[in-house]
Design a protein around this ligand. Sequence first.
Ligand code: SAM
Length: 364
Amino acid sequence: DVPSNKAYRHPRWVRVNTLQTSMSEQLVTTFAGYEKTSSVQEVQRASASVKKYFEDPHIPNLLALPPKVDLSKSAAYANGAIIFQDKASCFPAYLLDVGPDDGDVIDGCAAPGNKTTHLAATVAEGNVHVKRQKVFAYERDRIRSVTLQKMVKRASAGSIVTIKAGADFLAANPDSEEFADVGAILLDPSCSGSGIVGRDDSIKMHLPYQAVGASVVTCKKDKKRKRDHNMTLYNGSTTLHMSLDEAIAEETPIEGQLSDRLTALSTFQLRILTHAMRFPKARKITYSTCSTHFEENEGVVFQALASEIASARGWTVLPRQLQVQGMKDWKRRGILEPEKLDPRVDLAHVQKEAICNACIRCEK
Ligand code: SAM
């Protein structure tokens, strides 16, 4: 829960890359001299020079450090032993809970590769005991594929991850021999980004249309002069340059355009999720976005669960009691607001219980 207080600051989250090192090793090397704290608030309030850490109780191998701490020049960051990855971004791979019996894994929307390398680390734990499991990482954008390649290499995940550079996951044939053993799929598709903390904070404070999550590409952050600055808003097809005053005056049209963008995004997200449901051996999918919009989250999951392929293969939301240990007590479970759904969706297929926006499983 984020306090409304503007002074609230997010900690710097660091994932220890178990492909290379361990938490205990990092605590006596990179974080030697750091004091362990018992609450995340304590590190959140600390200045960058204070050496304190908090070990996350939900995600294994995740540390919270003071917000402005700079580890970008540390050897551990340079060689991939630690990875800067927000807690929210660590849930999808952790929730997928890949075990030795799950076979191969697909990351359908992979770059820059935070979740791919996290997946590889979880898969590697199982690989000690059974036949080697692979992670196929799809990335449609060629330039972002280069970043993905670098990240996979730096994290030492190359022996587990097969990169499908410049390849569209929607074009991957679920019935091909290559994917015959794919049992789990992680989907983190392109989205509006409305939930990314820090990206549009300055706008959130001032603009009435913050609620519709306009995606800000550039906006100078000088607080005193903010109202004089020009900004650029992007709605998926059109780029608008305007002053903040003009942007406020333009509220209604921007809102309209944003809803068009949400429709386009959620249509794509639904396609990608229902495509993943077609892989014959797949039993688990995590679906995640960086968006706060119902349309991109539960709205997509509801519609996917109401699709023909979902009912044919028996996809449902994973019940709380079957989720990974750390998540059983997680209080926030998303929302069920059927009135927000497209009226054509047949609710008979949709599970009438609070939905966890990420975990779905297949029973057939
Ligand atoms: N999972 C990534 C991580 O944690 O680092 C972030 C993924 S980002 C939100 C979405 C990515 O999916 C973008 O790099 C985008 O180019 C890629 N993408 C979008 N549509 C795709 C498709 N049909 N097939 C493969 N990649 C796609």
